[in-house]
Design a protein around this ligand. Structure first.
Ligand SMILES: Nc1nc2c(ncn2[C@@H]2O[C@H](COP(=O)(O)OP(=O)(O)O)[C@@H](O)[C@H]2O)c(=O)[nH]1
Ligand SMILES: [Mg+2]
Length: 202
């Protein structure tokens, strides 16, 4: 039926809601991997080969196989539904690129903080950053082989997170797993904004 309601709905789907999500975490935590695993478009990356000069700065302990480093950011897109599209922006992992964060954070609905339990302290800065700015985030523990497994609650305590902040275990290489992480961020951000819309009790 050409003029039926279903046609209208299909037309409406052409303009989906687009949301911006940041993907943060320490160097080698899996940001580029996660964006690449879920993105429907070829992820835009600005990677530079680690140079000898960069070696003393970019610690490779625990990420022995890592050969490139993201100097600007990862960018990707995923449609969670036909009317809901996420744009993913991977934040640069090294502290010396922090000047890019404030611009990246503009208009972000929420964030993923990728954590590697072998180097948990590497994500403290990202957690602090989003807490300070009131940007909702989910902590996604990237379960590398060879890393000890900890329950989500243990990670929550170690990071001293608010009870409402989701902590999920993931495999950044796995599309479905990475998608679950993103759904967690969106749901968490929606819960927070719904809470803020509640009229104040009189
Ligand atoms: N075993 C394992 N390796 C991973 C996983 N996620 C990322 N890696 C690898 O760890 C290294 C660092 O990941 P990358 O995404 O570049 O980290 P980034 O610095 O946060 O962007 C790469 O060699 C990845 O292939 C994972 O879930 N399991
Ligand atoms: Mg990267």
């Amino acid at each position: 039926m050409v003029f039926g309601r279903s046609e209208r709905r299909r037309a409406a789907a052409v303009e989906p809601v687009t949301l911006k999500i940041l993907v943060a975490g320490g160097f080698g935590a899996g940001k580029t991997t996660l964006v690449g695993a879920v993105s429907e478009i070829k992820p835009l990356r600005t990677e530079e080969m680690l140079t000898e000069a960069g070696r003393p700065v970019d610690s490779l302990d625990g990420v022995e196989s890592k050969r490139t480093t993201t100097v600007a950011m990862d960018f990707g897109r995923i449609s969670l539904r036909e009317d809901l599209v996420l744009y993913l922006f991977g934040t640069p992992g090294q502290d010396r690129f922090w000047f890019l964060w404030d611009e990246l954070a503009q208009g972000a609905l929420g964030a993923v903080v990728l954590a590697d339990t072998r180097r948990l302290h590497d994500c403290f800065a990202a957690v602090d950053y989003f807490e300070r700015r009131g940007i909702p985030f989910t902590v996604a523990v990237n379960c590398f082989e060879g890393a000890d497994r900890y329950p989500a609650e243990t990670v929550r305590e170690a990071l001293d997170l608010d009870s409402g902040t989701p902590v999920v275990l993931c495999d950044a290489r796995d599309r479905d797993s990475a998608k679950e992480v993103l759904i967690s961020v969106v749901e968490h951000a929606m819960r927070i904004s719904a809470g803020q819309r509640q009229p104040a009790a009189t």
